[in-house]
Design a binder for this molecule. Structure first.
Ligand SMILES: [Zn+2]
Length: 115
């Protein structure tokens, strides 16, 4: 299962532990590598496998989780706009839209239909 990308509103510019930055994507040059949970690779090495890791929750969501959260919101209020739903989920409209598109595409692919 693939994770959705880090939502832009939550993506830190600096490491959440050592406060150094900028954080850049995997394999990118010119900054400290971002390895998830908003930590640079150095801090990740320090906290991985320890209880300190729980101080830095994941910043990413499964698109499946986002899809079911959105469906639950729609069940409660069928007139809910996607933009309002994104705010309730704490993610951007674009992140919600991408997650829904990604999840539906995966469903089609898993069902053998041509996407
Ligand atoms: Zn760090």
């Amino acid at each position: 299962m693939s994770r959705s990308t880090v939502v832009s509103a939550a993506c830190p510019k600096k490491c959440r532990r050592c406060k150094k930055g900028p954080l850049v994507g995997q394999g990118a040059e010119g900054g400290r590598k971002h390895v998830g949970r908003g930590l640079c690779s150095y801090c990740w090495e320090l906290v991985a496998g320890t209880d300190k890791l729980f101080d830095y929750p994941r910043l990413t969501r499964f698109s499946e989780e986002t899809y079911f959260d959105w469906q639950a919101l729609l069940a409660r209020d069928p007139a809910l706009k996607k933009r309002e739903g994104a705010a309730l989920l704490g993610i951007s409209y674009a992140a919600l839209d991408r997650a829904l598109t990604r999840y539906r595409r995966r469903l089609r692919e898993e069902n053998g239909a041509v996407a």
